[in-house]
Design a binder for this molecule. Structure first.
Ligand SMILES: [Zn+2]
Length: 409
């Protein structure tokens, strides 16, 4: 009521809560954190970076600072002491015609090829990992770890038997669905709601085939009904490669406390995400959304942009911040989610999957070079080296080992 009497601008300013005292770390804390990460295997479970591999102007050896398309490259991985992680074959969910399924099939194979090509072209610094032991050896050899994952199984709709080929080519983690429903599963965010009440028959068959091959199932983006079915049907634990807490921010992409406990009881792991819109309500106005869409369209669309246009996109978004302010998520918001999840399931079931190059990142965690801030926070909270090693990848690799052991049996 009171807000109505204020000028629209002031009312907007008041409705956008600013974090009064942003979390800060001393140089000594960050140095200690980085040194710890350099000793431990430090993995992120959801890197969308392969979307950049074929982009005009992208070079994994160059820093691409302050670029809306890039938060991960070799120099910044070294800066932030990131050893690698799961590099995603992501396919946007388009329409579901037979022609689209063939396009998705080809797009998935193309992305797989781009990942393998990047690794082959940089064999002195990157190596494909197929097992947890591989990751540890690659780190010991001073190289970066490339596990391959798939986000959205739409490339498998046309021919699910392609999963065997993907596994042979290195795929070790699979998610069923993305923003919208597909032939395999319901999405948590489908505008028209559920279609299968969880997994379709084809989805169940796909998931069981993946488990048979030792591929870890990733529940991120799928609906809660899919989660419940995975809990009931899987003989091995599964993960959420980039998700957050529903108790902290009530968003369908986030997991509630009851399901968090079920996940942990089943031996699974949730990798905490840094996608702003899942951490807080950005309060994005329709005008801002329209201006963002127009900006992206002017630059040729996200898929087709060059790295130079990514820098232009960044400048454009910064300008929009002044014109149509939104509430950007900060490290404080991320730590609210992470802290809550740690409280609910304990450090043995938590990891890190920040959605780099896929929309992740915070005002004070702009790219992978900032990762020691997370470790510094964990140290401040009193977690010991063994627990932090679990959070930075040990827990995830435990689930992976279980999946691979099960497949061998
Ligand atoms: Zn995602």
């Amino acid at each position: 009521m009171i807000l109505r009497r204020l000028s629209p601008l002031l009312a907007l300013a008041l409705s956008v809560p600013l974090s009064a005292q942003a979390i800060d770390f001393s140089t000594a804390e960050l140095q200690r954190a980085k040194a710890l990460q350099q000793r431990l295997l430090t993995l992120d479970s959801h890197l969308d970076t392969p979307a950049n591999f074929a982009r005009d102007g992208f070079d994994i050896d160059n820093r691409h600072d302050h670029n809306a398309l890039s938060q991960v490259d070799y120099p910044r991985m070294v800066d932030g002491a990131l050893d690698g992680g799961f590099w995603a074959i992501y396919t946007g969910q388009g329409d579901r015609t037979a022609a689209a399924h063939l396009r998705d099939r080809d797009a998935g194979l193309q992305r797989l090829l781009e990942i393998r090509t990047m690794v082959a072209a940089n064999a002195d610094r990157f190596e494909l990992a197929l097992t947890p032991a591989d990751a540890r050896r690659i780190k010991a050899d001073g190289k970066r770890v490339v596990f391959i994952s798939m986000e959205n199984a739409s490339p498998l709709v046309a021919d699910p038997s392609l999963l065997r080929f993907y596994h042979q080519a290195g795929l070790r983690m699979l998610s069923t669905v993305h923003f919208a429903n597909n032939e395999f599963a319901d999405s948590a965010t489908n505008p028209q709601g559920p279609e299968w009440n969880g997994l379709s028959a084809a989805g169940k068959a796909l998931v069981l085939d993946a488990v048979k091959q030792g591929i870890v199932i990733d529940q991120s983006h799928a609906s809660d009904a899919v989660f419940d079915q995975l809990i009931a049907m899987l003989p091995v634990p599964f993960v959420l490669s980039h998700s957050a807490s529903k108790a902290i921010h009530d968003h369908p992409r986030n997991l509630d406390d009851t399901r968090l406990r079920q996940l942990a009881k089943a031996g699974g792991v949730i990798q905490v995400n840094a996608y702003g819109g899942y951490l807080v309500d950005p309060g994005k106005s329709p005008q801002r959304k329209a201006a963002e869409d127009a900006l992206s369209k002017r630059l040729g669309g996200w898929e087709a942009m060059s790295i130079a246009q990514g820098a232009e996109l960044q400048r454009g978004e910064d300008a929009l911040d002044a014109k149509y302010p939104v509430r950007h998520a900060t490290l404080d918001d991320f730590f609210a989610h992470m802290g809550h999840i740690l409280e609910v399931v304990g450090p043995g079931h938590v990891g890190i999957g920040l959605d780099w190059d896929g929309g992740g990142g915070l005002t004070d965690l702009r790219d992978v070079s900032d990762l020691p801030k997370i470790t510094a926070w964990l140290l401040r909270r009193g977690y010991d080296e063994k627990q932090i090693a679990g959070i930075w990848g040990g827990n995830l690799l435990r689930v992976m080992q279980q999946a691979q052991d099960h497949a061998e049996r």
